[in-house]
Design a protein around this ligand. Structure first.
Ligand SMILES: [Cu+2]
Length: 403
């Protein structure tokens, strides 16, 4: 690069940086904006960040402005004597004490406020809190509810959508099944790492019903960017209805396509997917050894240990780590909430059939999972099971009965 080109590029750099910053600040729909808190914890953090940011801004302007001003004011002039040294202030007692104490005071105040808030946020949740265990794994989040406070987090096992009652504390226990993840719904609270072998508490609360978006914020492998979080806050009565419904047992499908899909599911999917309470459709009339039907031995395939529990799958709004909408993202469908699939009409109108079928056709092509890889102990996520189009139709028919 010639000197001229380089200096021109250097001159452009601040302009480009400025434009990028300007463009980045223009998002009209930014669901993960930390500066729009919608819960008590996030608001407390916001109330600390904003003043500190202001103080940091003032310090920045004073220091940088002062440096630029001094450089300009005392710049070399043509008639300067270049041998003359400016007046030295090294060892100036008052000045040195001053610029040591001033930043120390600023940091002391910031530090005290920060530590105070850390303790406040770590306070034990109230007795009325809802208890949910959050399991991170490559690349989706599982949510397990302890509804009666007996320490058993298997009352409800679901994935992708974390359904909570608005206006109530939710005590999360954040865990991981494989690598380190980090759970963060910015409008509700700060982030908390999910570390294998550890349990990290985090209390969230949403001010009002609505959806609060987040994502995994600790690099956890190829599909890390597609490991999303969706907190669905509902009213108290909707929450009660939801928990009651989630505890209802598996219902046998009735249409022929769904019954066929049930058989395919028992044969190809249950080695990874739990479907709590599912009855094996072949157990009564199929004498084969159950393990014989499974094309992929579990110990070979499932490094991460689990796959989403599919009981009441159709009450969720998203699937595959909340990357895809299960319920079409239209105002009409969104209004139906967690009960969108309770009627045939709702399913016909709101099911995102295209993505669900594509998912069954070839999951690794839908998320970053080395599409070319053959399933191996190293592969993560759901493998391509080479299903036929007929099987896919039957399986979708079966999945839509899981409401
Ligand atoms: Cu992750």
């Amino acid at each position: 690069m010639t000197g001229g080109v380089r200096s021109r590029l250097l001159k452009l750099a601040p302009v480009v940086t400025g434009l990028v910053l300007f463009a980045a600040s223009c998002a009209s729909n930014a669901p993960q904006d930390t500066f729009k808190p919608e819960g008590p914890a996030a608001r407390k953090i916001d109330n600390l960040i904003v003043p500190i940011f202001g103080v940091a801004g003032i310090v920045f302007v004073l220091i940088i402005g002062g440096a630029i001003f001094i450089a300009w004011k005392f710049r070399a002039r043509d008639d300067d004597d270049y041998n003359e040294m400016p007046k030295q202030v090294h060892g100036h007692f008052k000045a040195e004490i001053g610029w040591t104490i001033a930043p120390a005071l600023v940091l002391l105040v910031v530090g005290a406020l920060t530590v105070n808030l850390i303790f406040e946020l770590a306070k034990k949740p109230s007795k009325e809190a809802v208890h949910v265990e959050v399991y991170g794994q490559q690349w989706w989040w599982e949510y397990r509810y302890d509804l009666n406070g007996d320490g058993d987090y298997t009352d409800i096992i679901t994935a992708n959508d974390l359904v909570i009652p608005a206006g109530r504390e939710v005590a999360l226990r954040i865990r991981s099944r494989d690598v380190i993840h980090s759970w963060w719904a910015p409008r509700l609270n700060g982030k908390k790492d999910a570390v294998p072998g550890r349990v990290h508490p985090l209390t969230i609360e949403a001010d009002k019903p609505g959806e609060y978006i987040g994502q995994c914020t600790e690099f956890c492998g190829l599909s890390h960017a597609e490991m999303r979080i969706k907190v669905v806050a509902v009213t108290d009565s909707e929450y009660e209805a939801w928990t009651k419904h989630q505890q209802e047992p598996f219902q046998k499908p009735t249409t022929q396509a769904a019954i066929n899909g049930w058989g395919a599911f028992a044969g190809q999917c249950t080695m990874c997917h739990e479907l709590t309470g599912m009855i094996d459709p072949t157990s009564a009339d199929d004498p084969r050894d159950a393990t014989e039907k499974y094309a992929f031995p579990k110990e070979k395939m499932q490094v991460s240990g689990e796959a989403p529990n599919l009981l009441h799958f159709m009450t969720r709004s998203t699937f595959a780590g909340a990357k895809f909408d299960l319920r079409k993202d239209t105002p009409e469908c969104n209004k139906l909430g967690t009960t969108w699939a309770s009627t045939d009409e709702g399913i016909a109108k709101c099911l995102n059939r295209t993505d669900l079928e594509s998912w069954l056709r070839n999951p690794p092509s839908m998320k970053a999972m080395h599409p070319g890889d053959t399933p191996s102990p190293e592969s993560r996520g759901m493998p391509n099971l080479d299903l036929s189009e007929d099987q896919i139709d039957d399986l979708v028919a079966f999945l839509t009965t899981l409401k």
